[in-house]
Design a protein. Structure first.
Lengths: 499, 499
């Protein structure tokens, strides 16, 4: 009897977040839901992460309505979300009551499985969410944000796993968002956690594909006893995204492992998204192929392009190499934080400033907060001299408590503020939207009645990006077809006058 | 002590053959040679396969001169070529004297390692080449063309390996051009061959990446004892090409295996080819990402697109599904030939005819030849009824001998014919060019003095494909810049009048 390996399909959340900047419209997902729901996945990740923000910021779509739609279209398979612990889906820490209400509303509207992580791996930042999820009888998945550093040994991660187990999680996830986990490391970590926590603690592995090695890491994790892996349908996979679901399934043949997933249905899902993805070409990630230099710099692809544009804006596009050498030093000074949102941005921006202005001559407020404990405890020892500079910069005392302890009850205030906004419907869901995105929510509430915006474009006729530009001296009155060669392809391109 | 796994780098031959239709010019390779030569590869595949044909057909380049250039620029690392056994680099069987002279001249001009294969795995078709290579003291690598069918068991391939060993080969290669070898199959096959042939028979594994699983297969082959794997620099990898060299190297960390290759040099080679590849965008394969449906159809990607265009030409573009179902039946009737050049084209075209005209109502000459033994012995039992139809069609007796046995000495005749051609320089090398490509050689000899053509184009200004097309009613007098979204990207495109 083959051992069953479960699969969480990422097509509805992380795949399009990684590949097309979270822009996939609900209309373009709905058509695949029947097949997805019947395919035999352990869960479907479909909410949380950046999808909430993208819904209200770009799609004029109520994220709660999206969740209810998924629940209606996917009645059979458990729905999963990614939750940033005490930050929920926003960018600051929330007081515990807000966290509890958010989890409760997410469950009521359709979430079954909550994957809860903290960028610093400060477990105190995920405690409240775990407690809230357990209280409402849903599945709380604790998470280890995987990273590589001199202090991040297998033992350290295994210890973290044990502490998460003590917290009462229903399952554990190793989350490797930068594709850093190599095959042997994956094997050792899965073995170590299973040995320490017992076979009964369900273990999941989430990896991206960016470095090209992580399908092998999934194989090794399977051999070491992992229970479930995250993959994405092949037409929405690879590059900065994830390993292809079909390749994972085919790879297992004859190994003594198998899945419950129906390949024929999966191939129909593939065709569906292959068509859909073509509609979002303007948002498609420029990262393709593989990049193993991440192993050296430990910098995720998205962070690299951010820093490049920061440098260019400062007229210092030629100093990238210095910044790449500075980042590991800054990261060491922070006590080796994992480089994920928001720590990746904080460390990256400080490294750019160090190169441009002199080391720690200028500190960002966020970097000072990180050094002073306002994001939580870091994995290693911070450089005390840099902590001192942070104190001098921010004039705030360093803290060691759980950051949310310092917050006063805020729900009633948030509620009162939300209710004053035009278009707010008075529900707790709307209050949560306001709480997490106070800048974006007012505009969204005001325009919500206009309905969802789908940003997809017909790949053959979608010409809204085409504008006559400088140098054009003729008058174009009809469509013109060119054969144009660019970025590695010859294309027939039809250009029509801009309306 | 980690066990050393050797690497053959494919950048100079199969990588660009798979990704940009073999068009990479020698100028665009020369700049990477110093780094490649010092990087520590076991060998550099740089000649043979389709490169000879592409040189004289498209690049006005003498393939022998290319080989001498490589030998000059790569003095340290053994140079490797791919040889189609008795077909050499052409498309028919050659008499043994021609085979011997070809091998001799290849060695004289720079080849150290000859990888010799036959599409049907009829070992009699590679015997003469192996003998010729041994005679001149070079390295003869025997090859198994990997395929999947009801009769292609591990035992069958192991038996083939043993027979190749008896032939006196210096090493053995498992060649999986359609990316069909799954991890467990790779493990079992490598184990089986090592057990049967002894650890002293050097074993190489050549895989393509198309199905997305074969980096895992390389890992399993390494665990099973493979000595050398084929990879391609990451900037010329994946899709219908091969697994990235850097990912393979990084993957081994901590596993007890390592390579002799210098990663820093490899990364500089990567940068070089990343720039070069952008110059060949018009030739870039349309196949990207992964395709696991090859496992079902067993049809390599290139063959699929060929058949699609055949069907469309016949106004039967909607009958692809029937053809995909017909192919396995035709292949069964042939005795399960591996589907590689030329058998893939022969089987594919016959399947198209069967669907369009009725099963075996019309036979191609090549299909009849295949059924009657003129390509050699097939792996399994042929369908006797189809053999009978082939005989009735072709009016040729079935043969069971080695096809080249039927050939009369032909060298002097080929030489005499070649010498009559304008521009033929009278060398044996030129005679071989004429022998293998009698249609193309005359034109090449006549234009050789004009020098090598480089088909690369500056990706920013290369506008030779840009032509004003139907519907254009204005007059464009200067460059126009558009923002154009197509095939998954937003691009700034500058279009200038066609000169």
């Amino acid at each position: 009897m083959d051992r069953i390996i479960d699969i969480t399909e990422l097509a509805l959340r992380d795949a399009h977040q990684s590949l097309i900047a979270t822009r996939l419209g609900i209309d373009d997902m709905a058509g695949a839901c029947a097949e997805l729901d019947e395919a035999g996945y352990w869960s479907l990740e479909c909410w949380g992460g950046a999808t909430y923000d993208a819904c209200i910021r770009y799609l004029n779509e109520d994220p709660w309505e999206r969740l209810r739609t998924f629940k209606r279209l996917l009645p059979k398979t458990p729905l999963q979300m990614l939750l940033r612990g005490q930050n929920l889906l926003g960018y600051r820490h929330y007081q515990d009551e807000v966290v509890e209400r958010f989890c409760q509303k997410s469950a009521e509207n359709g979430i079954d499985i909550f994957r809860i992580f903290d960028a610093l791996n400060d477990l105190r930042n995920i405690e409240s969410s775990v407690r809230a999820v357990k209280k409402i009888g849903k599945h709380a998945q604790g998470t280890i944000s995987y990273t590589v550093s001199p202090i991040h040994t297998t033992e350290l991660f295994v210890d973290q796993a044990r502490r998460l187990q003590d917290m009462g999680i229903d399952s554990l996830c190793i989350k490797d968002m930068a594709a850093l986990i190599k095959p042997q490391a994956a094997y050792d970590l899965v073995k170590g956690i299973k040995a320490a926590c017992g076979p009964e603690l369900r273990l999941h592995l989430h990896v991206h594909a960016t470095t090209g090695v992580t399908l092998v890491s999934l194989m090794k994790a399977v051999e070491a006893g992992v229970d479930c892996v995250d993959t994405a349908i092949s037409s929405m996979s690879l590059g900065p995204g994830h390993n292809p679901t079909e390749s994972f399934m085919e790879m297992l043949e004859g190994t003594g492992f198998t899945t419950r997933v129906d390949l024929e249905r999966v191939l129909r899902v593939k065709s569906h998204f292959m068509k859909m993805l073509g509609r979002y070409s303007e948002f498609l990630s420029q990262v393709t192929g593989v990049d193993t230099e991440i192993f050296k710099s430990q910098i995720p692809g998205g962070m690299l392009s951010n820093m490049e544009s920061q440098l260019k804006q400062q007229g210092a596009g030629d100093r990238m190499k210095e910044v790449l050498e500075e980042i590991p030093l800054v990261r060491r000074d922070t006590g080796y934080v994992p480089l994920v949102t928001p720590s990746s941005q904080i460390v990256g921006t400080q490294a750019v400033l160090n190169v441009l202005m002199g080391r720690y001559k200028v500190l960002t407020g966020e970097f000072a907060d990180l050094m002073l404990g306002y994001y939580g405890a870091v994995p290693g020892e911070k450089n005390p001299e840099v902590v001192k500079m942070a104190y001098e910069h921010a004039r705030k005392e360093p803290i060691t408590c759980r950051p949310a302890e310092l917050l006063k009850p805020e729900w009633e205030k948030l509620r009162a503020e939300a209710l004053t906004l035009t278009g707010c419907n008075g529900t707790d869901e709307d209050v949560l939207t306001y709480a997490m995105f106070p800048q974006v929510a007012p505009k969204f509430f005001a325009t919500r009645h206009e309905g969802v915006r789908n940003l997809g474009k017909d790949p053959d006729t979608g010409e809204s990006e085409t504008q006559p530009a400088e140098g054009h001296q003729g008058v174009i009155t009809g469509p013109i077809t060119y054969s144009v060669t660019l970025s590695g392809r010859q294309h027939k391109v039809t250009v029509a006058p801009y309306q």
